[in-house]
Ligand binder design. Sequence first.
Ligand SMILES: CC(C)(COP(=O)(O)OP(=O)(O)OC[C@H]1O[C@@H](n2cnc3c(N)ncnc32)[C@H](O)[C@@H]1OP(=O)(O)O)[C@@H](O)C(=O)NCCC(=O)NCCS
Length: 323
Amino acid sequence: MIRSVVCGYGAALPKRVLSNRELEDIVETSDEWIVQRTGIRQRYIADDDETTASLGEQAARAALANAGLTPDDIDLIVLATSTPNNTFPATAVEIQNRLGMKHGYAFDMQAVCTGFVYAMATADLHLRGGMAKRALVIGAETFSRILDWQDRTTCVLFGDGAGALVLEAREEEGTVADRGILAAQLRSDGSHREKLYVDGGPSTTGTVGHLRMEGREVFKHAVGMITDVIEGVFTATGTTADDLDWLVPHQANRRIIDGSAKKLGIPIEKVVVTVDMHGNTSAASIPLALSVACDDGRIKKGDLVMLEAMGGGFTWGALLVRW
Ligand SMILES: CC(C)(COP(=O)(O)OP(=O)(O)OC[C@H]1O[C@@H](n2cnc3c(N)ncnc32)[C@H](O)[C@@H]1OP(=O)(O)O)[C@@H](O)C(=O)NCCC(=O)NCCS
């Protein structure tokens, strides 16, 4: 059967680092509070000349170089983002243009922090359905642009960045020993909208708006939702937590990551954590974390890797891939 196999990865971060200490000058907060409640020590913030499209392009070029491919080899771009450059056209199309691609097709996917899991699952369906041969799946965000920098309950949590994977349709045996995406579970429940949303939009206020969140409410639901979809993927593939080489979670909060791993019985040594360095970069956080763990040699070809995320909507999902 056809599997969508990862053949390259890449990442991009803005030039500017914003430490917790620097945030103390912006809002009434402390390094100690932020570290203790979230595990975040710093985040990257885009300058005026850095956008979701420019960071996404940089991550895409890095992933192509890692795969030994050029834009000519790609026929699909799926960009997960909630912070597009414009309301339309899709920022994926802008990235396609920046890469000099005149062929293929590109679109954005909006599932907030679960965006990258949704984008991977969607690209997988396009590749397995024969619509495309090779896809760039990108998560890119500039959440700094939709933060209320006077709201200490949200502005300390998020950061900017981008990551990308190249997926290629390859013939595999059809077992869990195959390389590639093995299974995914996606969920959403719009009744939780008010707990995490942006208070603007083209069809309502005509403005971009700012992120609003009831942090404690999000926290309350996160671990249960995450573990539910991961267990669903285990059941669908006949695998267990013991089979996993790596859990690569969405990097929202160290306490959510630890709580989910503990509930699933996954030792923390098998969990890739980058929230301390990047903060919550929404749809970019998983490919950024993958990039770090591939660069430092933790994730290797053949490893069984579980991706998971939960975010605004609520949306949540998990995806199992053999690297
Ligand atoms: C946001 C979060 C870190 C807050 O931690 P918490 O333990 O729930 O803290 P609370 O919201 O109950 O606030 C506790 C106190 O800290 C204060 N506080 C909030 N933000 C603060 C900050 N940046 N610095 C210092 N104090 C802060 C609150 O005002 C409150 O003070 P009070 O007790 O005097 O009213 C936590 O709820 C969380 O991580 N939620 C999930 C958020 C998330 O990951 N969202 C993205 C999902 S994709």
